[in-house]
Each structure stands twice: as structure tokens, then as C-alpha cells.
Design a protein around this ligand. Structure first.
Ligand code: AR6
Length: 207
């Protein structure tokens, strides 16, 4: 459990600097996964091309939860940009597991990557759909030369995904991209999800 100790030390150091609860897990020699509590609408890395991921629905025209908060913070131009995303079939701009990009408008982050996670009780293979949502978000980010990206806990709110299972999918999928971003962040609203993500990162990112 030596890695856990080093993560705890990072956390303790971060707290003493006033950034309580920011925990950094190395992904490779120069990249890291960073886990923190907070509001994703406030996140950005100053002066960089960065993106927050919006846990949207297939229509992509806003909703509750993080989606609602992101639209409120970005302003009405975000809804206009979403309307301009072509429908792939009536009422569907972004099928479950896919991702689309827009500017961030009034958000501190320069881009929003909209993705749609599975509805846990409805999807026939929620783990595959959730992995696709993370993978396609990261792919779209790469295609747009984004080096810093922040995720919420996709599908862990309205869509009812169990936290521990979601953490396994989220962290193992991000590991596939371990050389592709300077920093991948999780900005987590809820303490119990934050704790689950920290424990799962300890388990899956040891090397
Ligand atoms: N910053 C970070 N995380 C947040 C924030 C925030 N500002 N607000 C909520 N969360 P949810 P889903 C957390 O429901 O399950 C919408 O109506 C929240 O606590 O936002 O993928 C869409 O339009 C939870 O842990 O997304 C879709 O219809 C996590 O973000 C549907 O909900 C995800 O919860 C998508 O459901």
C-alpha cells in the first residue's frame, strides 16, 4: 500500500496549501490523474486549451444535474451551439456512448465535450456504454489538441450508476490514455463519490 501513502502525503501537502483534497496519481512520468471535490463549472487550467465533460442526454439540449449547471454557467450560446449539432436521428444529437464538442462560451474552460452515459437500469451493457462515453470524450479531446480535461462522475446521478462500478470503468478507461494528456481531472460534487474514486485509483493506478 505504499502508493496510497504517497497519495495521502500529496493530499496532506495540498491541504496545507489550501487546496484541500486535491490528490494526484501519476499516469506516466509526465502525466497525472487528479481527483478533487468541487463544481466542474468553475474548473479550468489558466491559459490552456482545456475542456470539461458534460454528462448530457441524447437530445443535447440541457437538463438537470451537472448538465443544467453547465448550461447555466456557459450562458445561452451553449444551447445555440448544441442545437446546431446535427441530429443523427430524430431527437438524437449524441447517441449513448458518443461525444460531441462545443466551445465553453462563458465558462472558464475553453471547451465542453458533451457525452451521454448509460441509464444503468435500461442499458443492456452499461459498463461497455460507460467506457465508450469516457473513451469517446478522450478521443474528441485528443482530436482537438486538448491537454487538460475534467470529468464529473458520468451516469452517477440521474442515470443511477452504482459508484463503485462506475469508478472501475472510469479509471481503467482513463488509464488507456495515460500518455495522451498532461492532466486528466475528476471534479466530484459528492463526498462519497470522491472517496470511492480515491480508493479505486489507489487500486487501479498502482505500479
Ligand atoms: N460539478 C460536478 N459534478 C456535479 C455537478 C457540478 N456542478 N452537478 C452535479 N454533479 P448527473 P447523469 C454530479 O445527474 O447521471 C441530466 O439531466 C452529480 O452529483 O448530472 O449522467 C442530463 O441532461 C453526479 O455525481 O448526470 C441527463 O438527462 C454526477 O455529477 C442526465 O442528467 C452526474 O450526475 C444525465 O445523468
Amino acid at each position: 500500500r505504499s502508493f496510497r501513502l504517497s497519495a495521502m502525503n500529496t493530499s496532506a501537502m495540498a491541504s496545507s496549501n489550501g487546496n484541500g483534497g486535491v490528490v494526484r496519481f501519476p499516469l506516466s512520468s509526465s502525466n497525472a490523474l487528479i481527483i478533487q471535490k468541487g463544481d466542474i463549472t468553475k474548473w479550468s487550467i489558466d491559459g490552456s486549451t482545456d475542456a470539461i465533460v458534460n454528462p448530457a442526454n441524447e437530445r443535447m439540449l440541457g437538463g438537470g444535474g451537472a448538465d443544467g449547471a453547465i448550461h447555466r454557467a456557459a450562458g445561452p450560446d451553449l444551447l445555440r451551439a448544441c442545437r446546431n449539432v446535427p441530429e443523427v436521428r430524430p431527437g438524437v444529437r449524441c447517441p449513448t456512448g458518443e461525444a460531441r464538442i462545443t466551445p465553453g462560451f462563458l465558462l472558464p474552460a475553453s471547451h465542453v465535450i458533451h457525452t451521454v452515459g448509460p441509464i444503468y437500469d435500461v442499458d443492456s451493457n452499461p459498463a461497455a456504454s460507460l467506457a465508450s462515453a469516457y473513451r469517446n470524450s478522450l478521443r474528441v479531446a485528443k482530436e482537438n489538441n486538448i491537454q487538460y480535461i475534467a470529468f464529473p462522475a458520468i451516469s452517477c446521478g440521474v442515470y443511477g450508476y452504482p459508484y463503485d462500478e462506475a469508478a472501475t470503468v472510469a479509471i481503467s478507461t482513463i488509464k488507456e490514455f495515460q500518455n495522451d494528456f498532461k492532466e486528466v481531472h475528476f471534479v466530484l460534487f459528492m463526498s462519497d463519490i470522491y472517496d470511492t474514486w480515491l480508493n479505486k485509483s489507489d487500486e487501479l493506478l498502482k505500479y
